[in-house]
Design a protein around this ligand. Structure first.
Ligand code: ADP
Length: 300
């Protein structure tokens, strides 16, 4: 039902007392290796909730690629759309200091080699899905090709423009749903300072003029705003939880939201479900490891 087109990374995490300056070496903790990448995260989030989910991505022919494939399959994701080889698996090199601040270097690796041709070859997967969900950790021209192909096939398109990048206007206009946080909203509205300085309602209104059918703005602990082309906008609060680690909460939210929209929920219903998924994800450490089952969401 849901096809996620996006990135898959191995997150390599080391705790340090302080970051090294140029030319310096510091000792850190044992290395922790976690499956990550926004695409892989969204797919695992939806599959764990019970969605029939596929991932279209590229990983390297190496141990990290196998780790990512294994965790996708263990979560129930169909990995027949995952291409292997061409470059090493993408990695995020993460140091965490005692105050909890991260410094991250991302090596896109195989993610950068997911090409528009790869997408053309996967046209059937895009056409067979009810909804396709994308982010921007793969090349922009690949995202544009996926959006155009999905649209022609009548497949709904959900886009989370993260990390923020200049999107072709046609791509933005072809989305059924744009999902942004505050940072992404302000980036997309960088040519409209008056709107960018306004409220989330003002961001959504301005973004709707760019053509997407609907816009959701995530608001962290405050939940999310759901806005539609007919002018309706509602704020949907998140359940109150004790936040332990917000890593990957946005990906869990968007994966859940895309699935529920494809399953026929209206936008507000789908967002009401997704805020619970996001809230559950922040109550446990990690990204994919923190994602809830449907029963855990129902208990919130
Ligand atoms: P991003 O991580 O992309 O910036 P947000 O921080 O807005 O996205 O989080 C996405 C969703 O996760 C929110 O809409 C909300 O449902 C949930 N969430 C995030 N942080 C919290 C929190 N502290 N308490 C409850 N829910 C949260």
């Amino acid at each position: 039902d849901l096809l996620v087109v996006g990135s898959a990374n191995a997150d390599l995490v080391v705790a340090v007392d302080r970051r090294p300056a140029a030319g310096e070496t510091v000792l850190g903790s044992d290395l922790a290796t976690h499956p990550g990448g926004k695409g892989a995260n969204q797919a695992v989030a939806a599959a764990r909730l019970g969605a029939t989910t596929g991932l279209l991505a590229r990983v390297g022919d190496d141990p990290y690629g196998r780790l990512l494939l294994d965790t996708q399959r263990a979560s129930g994701v169909d990995t027949s759309g995952v291409l292997v080889g061409g470059a090493p698996t993408g990695v995020a090199l993460i140091t965490v200091d005692p105050s909890g601040d991260n410094s991250i270097v991302v090596s896109p690796g195989a993610n950068a080699r997911l090409t528009p041709d790869d997408l053309r070859a996967a046209g059937e997967l895009l056409a067979a899905a009810r909804v396709v969900s994308l982010q921007l950790e793969i090349p922009l021209d690949t995202v544009a090709e996926a959006v155009a192909t999905a649209r022609r096939a009548g497949t709904r398109v959900v886009l989370n423009p993260s990390p923020p990048a200049p999107l072709p206007v046609d791509t933005l206009a072809a989305c059924d749903l744009l999902v942004v946080n505050e940072h992404e909203a302000r980036f997309l509205l960088r040519d409209d300072p008056a709107a960018a300085e306004g409220t989330p309602e003002a961001w959504a209104k301005a973004l709707l003029t760019r053509g997407p059918r609907s816009v959701v703005v995530t608001l962290g602990a405050a939940g999310a705003l759901a806005a539609q082309g007919d002018g309706t906008a509602v704020r949907i609060p998140s359940p109150r939880v004790r936040a332990v680690d917000t890593t990957g909460a946005g990906d869990a939210f968007t994966g859940a939201l895309a699935w529920r929209l494809g399953a026929g929920d209206d936008l507000a219903e789908a967002v009401r479900f997704a805020v619970k998924v996001g809230a559950a994800a922040v109550t446990r450490p990690g990204a994919q490891e923190s994602y809830p089952t449907a029963a855990e969401v129902a208990a919130l």
